[in-house]
Structures are given as structure tokens and as C-alpha cells.
Design a protein around this ligand. Structure first.
Ligand SMILES: [Zn+2]
Length: 343
């Protein structure tokens, strides 16, 4: 490895560790980063956390040329081949990174950007506020993996060499030739799309679970989801806003007017008790199995909702989009990894 590629690697590891610790940019194992070095694409491994980039090796090398050839032939079913033996698998978004022409590619679910991309009118906002020095496209929602890569590839044929790909109900991809350029674009986007955050309603009482199998969620700010009536309404109508939220937290929110309604629902349906429940005016409660990776996803959701006005129309994923996400093998693998690391 030359000193130049060493330098890029060092810079990128530092970049990943920094953004990985900012919950407004990265949530848990979400987001991924890659760089291209001749015939090799170095890509974040599935299930690893960007925040851990300077503590463990989160990148794996894959053969770039076969991927690019497959993409040219519109074959998005190609499986990325690792260069060497690794226990980790390359990110499920490897094709997306391979098809971007720039040497460095960063994909994030940055809150200020995501909060716009779940809105019905996001295209108008992007046209109005994004600096003309940036070339960008907006793509509709597609299932992450093959379908998303295919859709972005088609858009890039029409408009090659864009620096920024906005993905509705998902996040952003930024391509550039240097980490400085990536940082500059990311800063520009997040500040241009920033909106005021709604004031917090603090709980007036200590959170007490009234059922032994549940405890109050540890991140106190999350109780606002049950205490603010507007946020509580969003739980029912605007839950499935983007893929990671559904994959980690399930297809719908389990909301109850009170504990009695929760009891009635559990005995009527005799299903497994949900791991995460929202009791109106009481708080958010979880079972002990509820992991930190899920809690950071719920924090992401709160951060997205707190950037919406009461009357903002949001677009949720459809039932079929939710179903295809939950039956997805690659995501099951990711969840499997998650369970393993939690043990
Ligand atoms: Zn993503």
C-alpha cells in the first residue's frame, strides 16, 4: 500500500469516527463510507458502526472491476467479491458505492437532510435552498440494495457526475475526490436544510412503569414521543418513514391511551407483548431485551419528527414497501449480527 492510500485511509478513519459520534449525522450501524483504490473498493462492513472506525477495522476490500462491469450490463444481482478472507460482509449498499464515479463516497441518514426527505414537498425545498454550485438528483424511494442501486444508476445515466444523490425516505449519498470536499458538501447541505427544532415538552413526573416487564426507556428525551400529543399522533400515522426505522423498530408503533388499554390489547390478541410501547401522557417503556442500537433509531425518529411543523405532510412507506424490508435476507443478517454483538 502506498503512502498516499495510507493517508486517505487514515483521513477517512478519522472522518468516520468523528461523524459516527454525532447522532445528527449517524445512528448506530447506519450510513456507510467507501473509497476506491485502483481495482479495489474499500467499503464499510455490514453491521459495523462508523463511530468505531478508529477502534476496530470496519472496512473490507472488494473487487471493483467485476462490480462495475455488472453495473454496465444492468446486472444488479452481482455479489461483491472480497479480496482475501474476512469474517465481515461488505455493506448491503456496496453496489451504490461502486456505481458512483468519485473516489470517495459517503452515504448518511443525516437528520437535517432526512427530515426533509420524508416530506411530501421535499423536491421544492431542495430546488429552493441547495446552492447552485452543487449538482444533485432526487430519487424516489426504493428498497435498499439492488433496487436502489439500479434506480440511482438509471438517474446517473441521465445526469452523470452528480455530487449528491438525495433519496426520498432514506438519506443522502455524497461523492467527491477528497475528504475535504465531502466535508464541505455535507456542511453545506446540513446547514442549508436545517430547520428549527420544536420546543421540548418535559415530563412533569418521574417515569414509573406500571407493569413489571417494562422499564422507562433510558434516554429521557424519548418520553416526549408519548407526552407531546402531536408527536404521539405521528406515531400512529407517520411511523414507517425510512428503512432502518422499520428494520430495527418494526412495522408499526404500539401505542396505547393508558395501561388498561395495553392490558386489554394483550389479553385480547394473546400475541407476544411488544418490546417497545408508548403510553399516552405516561411515557415510553421497553423490555430488557431492547438494545441500544434500537434506542438510537428511536432517537433518530424523534429528531426527525421534531423538525416537522404540526401541519407538515409526511410520506410513509407503503405496506408492500414495509413487507419487502422485513423479509429481506441481508437485513436479517444485519439483525443477526446485532443480536450477536449484544450478547
Ligand atoms: Zn441507508
Amino acid at each position: 500500500m502506498t503512502s498516499h492510500t495510507d493517508h486517505i485511509r487514515t483521513q477517512l478513519i478519522e472522518f468516520c469516527a468523528t461523524i459516527g459520534k454525532n447522532p445528527l449525522l449517524v445512528q448506530g450501524a447506519g450510513g456507510n463510507v467507501s473509497w476506491k483504490n485502483k481495482d479495489t473498493l474499500w467499503i464499510k462492513a455490514s453491521g459495523t458502526w462508523l463511530a468505531e472506525a478508529n477502534q476496530r477495522d470496519i472496512f473490507v476490500p472488494v473487487n471493483l472491476q467485476p462490480l462495475q462491469q455488472a453495473i454496465q450490463q444492468n446486472d444488479f444481482s452481482v455479489t461483491p467479491q472480497l479480496v482475501g478472507t474476512y469474517e465481515l460482509k461488505p455493506s448491503i449498499e456496496t453496489l451504490l458505492h461502486a456505481l458512483m464515479p468519485q473516489p470517495i463516497v459517503v452515504h448518511l441518514h443525516a437528520i437535517e437532510i432526512l427530515a426533509q426527505l420524508v416530506r411530501a414537498n421535499c423536491e421544492n425545498t431542495l430546488k429552493t435552498v441547495i446552492d447552485h454550485s452543487i449538482s444533485w438528483i432526487l430519487v424516489d424511494y426504493h428498497k435498499p440494495g439492488q433496487e436502489l442501486a439500479n434506480a440511482i444508476h438509471e438517474e446517473l445515466i441521465r445526469k452523470p457526475n452528480v455530487q449528491v444523490v438525495f433519496m426520498r425516505n432514506h438519506g443522502v449519498v455524497i461523492g467527491a475526490s477528497s475528504i475535504q470536499e465531502i466535508t464541505a458538501i455535507l456542511t453545506l447541505l446540513t446547514s442549508a436544510l436545517q430547520v428549527p427544532v420544536s420546543q421540548s415538552i418535559n415530563a412533569q413526573h418521574a417515569m414509573i412503569s406500571k407493569r413489571t416487564e417494562y422499564t422507562p426507556i433510558q434516554d429521557d428525551s424519548l418520553h416526549e414521543l408519548a407526552i407531546d400529543p402531536h408527536l404521539f399522533d405521528r406515531l400512529a400515522h407517520d411511523w414507517a418513514l425510512y428503512p432502518d426505522h422499520v428494520v430495527f423498530l418494526g412495522p408499526q408503533a404500539h401505542t396505547y391511551s393508558n395501561w388498561q388499554q395495553f392490558d386489554a390489547d394483550v389479553s385480547a390478541n394473546s400475541h407476544d407483548k411488544p418490546e417497545l410501547i408508548f403510553i399516552r401522557d405516561e411515557g415510553v417503556f421497553v423490555m430488557p431485551s431492547f438494545q441500544v442500537a434500537k434506542q438510537v433509531q428511536l432517537r433518530c425518529y424523534l429528531d426527525v419528527l421534531k423538525r416537522q411543523s404540526i401541519d407538515t405532510t409526511l410520506i410513509s412507506l407503503t405496506h408492500s414497501q414495509i413487507a419487502e424490508l422485513l423479509n429481506w435476507d441481508a437485513e436479517k443478517y444485519r439483525m443477526h449480527l446485532l443480536r450477536e454483538t449484544a450478547q
